[in-house]
Design a protein around this ligand. Structure first.
Ligand SMILES: [Zn+2]
Length: 92
């Protein structure tokens, strides 16, 4: 992948079904991640069943990870995302 992909710009988008599946997979892969998200973010409330969510490139490692929306950050007006590859969380 090109190294000039901006970390803060969306990489692609996904459906609510895809987002939910990716986040669930990350929760099962990384112990404690679900609790971290529950503590630091409030649940997403899709406004429509056909809503799409942005997917971001994880800045960690070889940039192969993708960040999926997992909630709204409690302390900042930002989307709380989880990486499907390294399990870290980021605000976007
Ligand atoms: Zn990552």
């Amino acid at each position: 992948m090109s190294s000039n992909v901006g970390q803060n710009y969306p990489y692609s988008s996904e459906t609510e079904t895809e987002r939910a599946a990716a986040v669930q997979a990350a929760f099962e892969k990384f112990e404690g991640l679900r609790d971290t998200v529950a503590t630091e973010a409030t649940p997403l409330e899709p406004s429509a069943s056909n809503q799409r969510w942005w997917v971001y490139v994880c800045p960690v490692g070889d940039f192969s990870g993708r960040l999926h929306a997992a909630g709204h950050a409690r302390e900042r007006h930002a989307v709380y995302t989880v990486c499907d590859t390294c399990g870290k969380t980021f605000l976007r």
